[in-house]
Design a protein around this ligand. Sequence first.
Ligand code: DSN
Length: 414
Amino acid sequence: MYDEVRKTDPAIAEILDQELDRQRSQLEMIASENFTSRAVMETMGSTLTNKYAEGYPGKRYYGGCVHVDEAESLAKKRAMALFGAERANVQPHSGSTANMTAYLAFLKPGDKILGLSLSHGGHLTHGHPVNFSGLLFEALHYEVSPGTETIDYDKLRDQALAERPRMIVGGASAYPRFWDYEKLRSIADEVDAMLLFDMAHIAGLVAGGAHPSPVPHCDVVTSTTHKTLRGPRGGLVLSRKEHFKAINKMNFPGIQGGPLMHVIAAKAVCFRECMQDDFKDYAKAMVANAAALGEALLERGFHLVSGGTDNHLLLVNVTNKGLTGKDMEALLEHVGITCNKNTVPFDQESPFVTSGVRLGTPALTTRGMGVNEMARIASIIDGAVQNREDEEALNGLRKQAEELCREFPLYPGM
Ligand code: DSN
């Protein structure tokens, strides 16, 4: 592996080796990360990276696009079939540019958008003041209710009626529950707003039939392709037929230049993988694993935001354990579990400290782990919290995590 890099750039080859080793030897629980197939990686490392192809299939600004045209057409066709969407644009470089494309296709600077607050599980690009979405638009936010820690749709409706946003944005990066798409749609219709849903986190669950789809209810659905969908790092916009011209025009030439054809071809590979029966099993297993981990953590007195999960992630408020999210992230890293600190609803700590951690099952499920392994991981997590001052006990827990990794080898032939 990496033979050419090793010859020409040993420093980078060493970093590649070390990163492979890190991914193999730690329990990866960052809810937005996954391990792509070798086929996706091979396509990413192909000659398609050499090609300029500004424009769209059949309408390019460069010659020599015959083969990349085929790749992009396949990616679009597969994305539409996979999600039952009328149209797809597979060019966004990321989830962020997918959202920028969708906003700017329909909104003018200064227009109102209404999205879930970042500290209640939303995303930076849903109107946070430091992000382009908050800088360009008048961004308003809805929240979860303090009691249930689930989205307060009544309040959302009141806000929408009072503020009349041009667009309502659904979707999240740290929300463990189902969304009520019908309710979002009816609120959007009531105030004559467009409805955009950013399904980046749950796209793989939707593709595999383990989670309801936002596509039939929304004007536009955006996504990344590398989280639960398990493809290359990139973005995607799905839309109704009447919106796709505006979306295409805004993505190119509005926002992006040359599309990343190697990534687009890898998206096609990913979409095909997602159409197979074993991906349905994978999607179900991500959810079953998150539920099992949640149950085991609840039994050990952990506070799960909203009381549990319907998807691939858990948001754990660790205040009752006498820890901050920052402490917990470091503690888990010490015992071989990678996760991220995360704000929880109504957090009293800063976003750099936080009161919680987000735990996800996509990557471990790809390794083949199941509910029995989730029970072992819950016990490692609890053990780390109980023994946080005891270095010997923590070393023992790290060995348990390493043993689990050995039992479920990652990229064995690499
Ligand atoms: N940074 C991603 C996540 O971790 O959820 C969202 O873009």
